[in-house]
Design a protein around this ligand. Structure first.
Ligand SMILES: Nc1ncnc2c1ncn2[C@@H]1O[C@H](COP(=O)(O)OP(=O)(O)OP(=O)(O)O)[C@@H](O)[C@H]1O
Length: 233
């Protein structure tokens, strides 16, 4: 069974149609890259999936269960982990507090999961007592991913994790995604403009163009022609 199936997704903002029948599926144990130029509807697709943007058509099914109409909290409980663009960590809370806040709010037990997080992102262990706002952008991104992982999602959704981040931390985030993929406990839906990052990590892709999927397939099928037509600015 696919982890996620999106069919005919429609959404409007302020009267203009932003999503026009978006369709794609995310298979188990895989990394899926949702690509496309600025303003084509990538973030809106993610927001629809997590329940932050209302849809007016189509269906979203996580692990066989429909998501339409459910609150963001319910969707999180069903297994959606979401790291929004801009990360949204709490600057005045410590790294430790930021890390556990989602699990504490849901009454989940951590049972040794923190060790796995520290293996993925060693910097987090080192910086536990610091205020979140003192971390660099890249470190905050790692913290936001770690926080989402602690909720044990079936689908981890990352919106442009490399945006504005220094190259060595991009590499560490890439390594973490690879490790998660190898562990095979979740699939990852990645919105990303950094093409090489997608090519290296993605199993499958879909490219959006004006609110619908213009091209899709296995990552090895992403052609220079598609890149030129749909991705190059
Ligand atoms: N709050 C809003 N009010 C009006 N229009 C919006 C709003 N949010 C998004 N849009 C419009 O919806 C379209 C899709 O935006 P979206 O953010 O989903 O695109 P994107 O592909 O994620 O682009 P980016 O890479 O720039 O984030 C754009 O044309 C954008 O201008």
């Amino acid at each position: 069974m696919n982890v996620l199936e999106v069919k005919g997704l429609e959404a409007s903002i302020g009267g203009s149609r932003i999503l026009r029948g978006v369709e794609f599926v995310v298979p188990p144990k895989s990394v899926f890259c949702l690509m496309g130029r600025n303003g084509v509807g990538k973030t809106s697709t993610l927001k629809s999936l997590v329940g932050l943007l209302g849809t007016n058509g189509g269906s979203m099914v996580l692990d066989g269960k429909p998501l339409n109409g459910l609150s963001p909290e319910d969707r999180a409980r069903m297994g959606i982990g979401y790291v929004p663009q801009g990360r949204e960590i709490f600057p005045h809370l410590t790294v430790q507090e930021n890390l556990v806040i989602g699990t504490v709010a849901r009454g989940m037990k951590l049972n040794g999961q923190l060790d796995r997080i520290y293996t993925l992102f060693p910097i987090i262990k080192e910086f536990l007592p610091r205020k979140g706002g003192m971390l660099s952008g890249g470190q905050q991104q790692q913290l936001a991913i770690a926080r989402a992982l602690l909720t044990k999602p079936k689908l981890l959704i990352l919106d442009e994790p490399t945006e504005g981040i220094q190259p060595n931390i991009i590499d560490q985030i890439g390594d973490a995604i690879k490790m998660l993929r190898e562990e095979g406990e979740m699939s990852i839906l990645l919105v990303e403009q950094y093409l090489d990052f997608c090519k290296e990590l993605g199993d499958n892709f879909a490219i959006l163009e004006r609110g619908s999927v213009a091209a899709a397939g296995a990552m090895k099928e992403l052609s220079d022609q598609m890149i030129k037509e749909f991705l190059t600015v």
